[in-house]
Ligand binder design. Structure first.
Ligand code: HEC
Ligand code: HEC
Ligand code: HEC
Length: 133
């Protein structure tokens, strides 16, 4: 006669071992990506914590300013002015879009569809242009 109790325990141990690589990572957060800011400038349009939490709202506001009000200049909280432009302002500084915007969005599983229409920065050319200075 087989000992069915031992067989079941054996099966449980076996399943535990073969699935170990999967449940080992449960509860551990994936390491956040290292971002390349892409500019030598020290300051963003607004403070870093504000940008981190609210750049989507700021971009919405920028789009409405341009498309609905024809307003093309943004005055930030310390009185500095910026051209309102996703491709000429944001990605002028954040020239390595893939290493900045995309990397973080992949991590948070967000995929904004802005680049269907707006032009992405040409990362190699901008790099060359920068090192000329
Ligand atoms: C279907 C095409 C389309 C998509 C998709 C789109 N936009 Fe736009 N966007 C436009 C057009 C057209 C304008 C007007 C351009 C102008 O007048 O300078 C504009 C203007 C803007 C402006 C202000 C001017 C500028 O050049 O930046 C911002 C900011 C902006 N969009 C942000 C976004 C963001 C953020 C997304 C993604 C969430 C997005 N747009 C997706 C077509 C699009
Ligand atoms: C003048 C250059 C400049 C412009 C223009 C600029 N940024 Fe920034 N941005 C920076 C710098 C520099 C930092 C990092 C500051 C720091 O390390 O504290 C930053 C930080 C950020 C962060 C936070 C990153 C993090 O590590 O959490 C986001 C998000 C961001 N920018 C998005 C944008 C968007 C969207 C635009 C356009 C609306 C924009 N930036 C325009 C220079 C710029
Ligand atoms: C530090 C991380 C981080 C960086 C860097 C970053 N984003 Fe985001 N972005 C987020 C998060 C988080 C959200 C919100 C995702 C959600 O709500 O689904 C978001 C959302 C957005 C949205 C709204 C998406 C939607 O579908 O409504 C836009 C537009 C956007 N980001 C543009 C940019 C641009 C342009 C850059 C680079 C200049 C950038 N982001 C850099 C973290 C980041």
């Amino acid at each position: 006669m087989y000992n069915s109790g031992k067989i079941i325990i054996g099966i449980i141990i076996f399943l535990g071992l073969i699935t170990y690589p999967f449940w080992r990572n449960v509860g551990k957060a994936a390491t956040p990506p290292k971002l390349e800011v892409g500019t030598l400038e020290k300051q963003c349009v607004e403070s870093t914590p504000y940008m981190k939490s609210s750049h989507m709202q700021l971009l919405d506001q920028w789009r409405d300013d341009v498309v609905r009000q024809g307003k093309r200049v943004y005055v930030n909280s310390s009185g500095k002015t910026f051209n309102i432009s996703l491709q000429n302002t944001c990605t002028n500084c954040h020239s390595k879009k893939t290493q900045f915007c995309d990397k973080c969005h992949t991590y948070v599983e967000s995929a904004p569809k802005c680049w269907d229409c707006h032009i992405e920065p040409k990362e190699q050319e901008q790099q060359a242009a920068r090192s000329d200075k």
